[in-house]
Design a protein around this ligand. Structure first.
Ligand SMILES: [Zn+2]
Length: 152
């Protein structure tokens, strides 16, 4: 079964299907993979430069400072290629949830979005925010973009 639902993340796609009236048993047995995607702006290659955020800037972005210390942040300074915006093109953040036997059991038990997410993460899923952090480390996009697109 392949379908598209507009939800915030992969685990809420499951609970959304059940809210829509699909039996939990059918969801648990028929769904194999749920993917959530967000597009973020890509840092312009022609003006990409290292950027150091102040602690109060990191705080204002609503992220945990401790997990961000030592990350190599990049930003676009702005040039002709990107018409001064510092961004050129888009990149995707992905959250791929493969339904393990544990997840299927949790769906049958009526698990909440938070419970489904916890189980998926312990199964190895990267959340949209975690995938975003990887893309910040690799200089693909900025902290602001990831925070904006993965809030809540
Ligand atoms: Zn540029």
């Amino acid at each position: 079964m392949l379908s598209t639902l507009h939800t915030n993340d992969a685990p809420s796609t499951i609970t959304r299907m059940i809210d829509m009236g699909i039996e939990a048993f059918n969801v648990a047995s028929a769904v194999n993979l749920v993917v959530a995607q967000r597009l973020v702006r890509r840092i312009c290659k022609d003006c990409k430069t290292p950027h150091k955020y102040r602690d109060d800037e990191l705080q204002s972005l609503g992220t945990e400072i401790e997990s961000l210390r030592g990350l190599p942040f990049m930003k676009g300074a702005g040039c002709d290629t990107c018409t001064g915006t510092g961004y050129k093109g888009r990149a995707g953040l992905y959250e791929v949830m493969a339904l393990s036997p544990e997840l299927r059991r949790l769906i049958l038990r009526g698990g909440s979005v938070a419970e489904l997410r916890d189980q998926a993460v312990s199964d190895g899923m990267l959340t949209l925010r975690m995938d975003g952090m990887k893309k910040i480390e690799r200089g693909v996009t900025t902290l602001e973009e990831v925070v904006k697109e993965t809030a809540g």
